[in-house]
Design a binder for this molecule. Sequence first.
Ligand code: SF4
Length: 174
Amino acid sequence: MLLTGYVKDISLPVCNSSFQSLHCIAHLNEDISEVLPYLNTELGGHQYTQEPPSVTFKIHGRLITIHPDKIAINALESAEQADKILEWLKKEINDIWERRNEIEPSYKRAATPALLDILKLLPRTNCKKCGQATCLVLATQIMEGGKGPDHCPPLNEAERLKLEGYLNQFSLAR
Ligand code: SF4
């Protein structure tokens, strides 16, 4: 077994006290740097960095970043949800480590959408209904995978589908 356990630390970001925005950092008992390229292959990493090593996944609208000594998860609804995700990740990390001889490690990051392409598909009225100061801010969050077309209320159905279609090329629609 590569990863035997972790110590969980849950926090509320100062900038957003919404209960849906808990952050979790799990401090790992072991250094898991060697498994990161195998996780990137098996779980479809959104972003892979070699130096310092880390791999980021986008799962159900939240970002999960795995470092050699810690796992960071954002946009959580509860501590119980953090426990479920961490236990799933621990199982995946150990399972993938056991099977590493059958897996081709990947050191590449997935292709990402272009910020200006996303911005062009938003209304660009800066109405702030998404809770952001400008459309550019939401476009950046969409590009990074933390938000999706549903976060822009003024988009009509056809516009939303168009943006989803664009993001689907990168598996980013939410
Ligand atoms: S809700 Fe949509 S149109 Fe309004 S500021 Fe946000 S992204 Fe722009």
